[in-house]
Design a protein around this ligand. Structure first.
Ligand code: GLU
Length: 449
């Protein structure tokens, strides 16, 4: 095979020392999408050489999160570094035999440290490599000294395992966070020592919080499952994360995964940090909500709809279907349905609202004005056969315009919702239906009389 036709292999090597972080998910996506668009493959491994901090629960969380995002890979090729000690040992032995590494007796042994470790024999040279974001990078490795690559033959350290694994699985492109940049010279030296080719490097700008510091827990949610629980859609998270450090150079901001695979360009990654903005994510999520089918939207709302609502006597599927457009208008993420419930924005559809009668009266109007308008509205609504939001509006509009919209529509809206803020009275009437709307208006009249 010549180099042009060589299959592109990227890799995703998370350390299972925490839940799937949005930054890792972004790295995963860049690797996944780049491989996909080149008919290549992304290979997965767990870098669990840190036995203390690596946990099964984090492995599960990472795998579940990736699956939820739709980032798939061949599970039969997945492995863990902790299961490959024999392989790393072979490399270490060979390096020692070839005088590229050596067992060093440590003179200054720190607390808990080893008296013997394996060090890499640094050729002290200039390492030059191309990074697709940063361009040509030249580093003199002399300052790195003879760095440690294993604690013992059985306990290899990160730089060695990364190089061995990437070599063994034929990685052609390393796409990882900017924090990996300082590791690259050491890894290139080891590649050269073991006869591994140097892959192409892309170091992605860090994901930053709005204060431009590295995004961390103190800024709020950082793990993918937290966003899942808040009711963001996986396709919106994918879309948003891809925009952290990349854009197509056009106005398009909303993408399906298929479009991302078509349009993503590894050579168009920005250098500066990419700021994670909840506001922008919310907007992207809402755009994806708009694209959902009615049925999918309904199912998703039901997942988040609190029992406080479904347990109400007046709850019905029919009415629930009618308020779905109101919910769609109002939410950015599905957890907002719970907020709507907490703020009393849902309950009044299913039971009569409670409110103070004084609030039925618009501004400087007296109660008599509200009474007059409510009576007139009832009369007009009675004349409508098939009541919908549209024909209520049509019927009342001229009257409201002549008499003053606030004077007419405020008492109506307030009778129906009992809320300072709610959808307009036509929408409310359309959802409640003729009988219930008229009943509520009559109840308001009783209070006023
Ligand atoms: N295991 C490293 C991490 O989770 C990845 C290192 C790499 O991509 O080379 O940060």
């Amino acid at each position: 095979m010549n180099s042009q036709s060589k299959k592109i292999i990227t890799r995703l090597p998370p350390s299972p020392t925490g839940n799937l972080h949005v930054g890792t998910a972004r790295t995963a996506l860049f690797n996944y999408i780049f491989a996909k668009q080149n008919s290549g493959e992304m290979l997965f491994r767990f870098e669990d050489t840190d036995r203390e901090r690596s946990k099964k629960e984090f492995e599960d969380n990472i795998l579940e999160g990736l699956e939820w995002l739709g980032i798939d890979f061949d599970k039969s090729k997945m492995f863990k570094q902790s299961e490959r000690s024999d392989l790393y040992k072979e490399y270490l032995e060979k390096m020692i035999a070839e005088d590229k590494a050596y067992v060093s007796k440590e003179t200054e042994v720190k607390e808990g440290g080893r008296s013997e470790v394996i060090r890499f024999k640094n050729p002290n040279k200039k390492v030059v490599f191309e990074d697709s974001v940063r361009g040509k990078i030249e580093i003199d490795t002399t300052d790195l000294g003879d760095f440690i690559i294993a604690k013992s033959l059985e306990e290899p350290l990160y730089h060695l395992t990364v190089v061995v694994d990437d070599f063994e699985i034929g990685v052609t492109h390393v796409i990882r966070g900017d924090d990996g940049l300082s590791n690259t010279p050491r890894q290139i030296l080891i590649q050269e020592a073991v006869g591994a080719p140097t892959p192409k490097y892309t170091h992605l700008p860090l994901v930053l919080a709005s204060d431009r510091s590295k995004l961390s827990k103190r800024h709020g949610a950082v793990s993918v499952d937290e966003y899942r629980k808040m009711g963001y859609l996986p396709e919106a998270i994918v879309n948003y994360l891809m925009l952290l450090g990349w854009n197509p150079g056009t106005d398009q901001e909303i993408f399906t995964t298929k479009e991302l695979i078509e349009q993503f360009d590894l050579n168009k990654i920005q250098k500066g940090g990419a700021i994670f903005s909840l506001e922008k994510l919310g907007w992207v999520n809402k755009e994806h909500i708009k694209k959902m089918s009615d049925e999918d939207f309904k199912q998703k709302v039901l997942e988040f709809l609190p029992e406080e609502i479904t347990n109400l006597n007046g709850y019905s599927d029919d009415k629930f279907n009618k308020i779905l457009p109101v919910i769609k208008e109002r939410i950015e993420k599905f957890e907002d349905v719970k907020i709507m419930e907490e703020e009393g924005e849902l309950v009044y559809y299913f039971e009569n609202p409670e409110y103070e009668k004084e609030k039925l009266v618009w501004k400087e109007d007296g109660p008599d004005v509200a009474i007059k308008h409510l009576n007139k509205i009832i009369e007009m609504l009675d004349e409508i056969d098939n009541l919908t939001a549209e024909n209520v509006k049509e019927k009342l509009w001229d009257y409201a315009s002549e008499e003053g919209r606030g004077s007419v529509l405020w008492p109506m809206r307030y009778s129906l919702s009992g809320k300072d803020r709610s959808p307009d009275p036509f929408t409310l009437a359309g959802i409640l239906g003729k009988e219930e709307t008229i009943n509520r208006l009559k109840l308001a009249l009783e209070k006023l009389n």
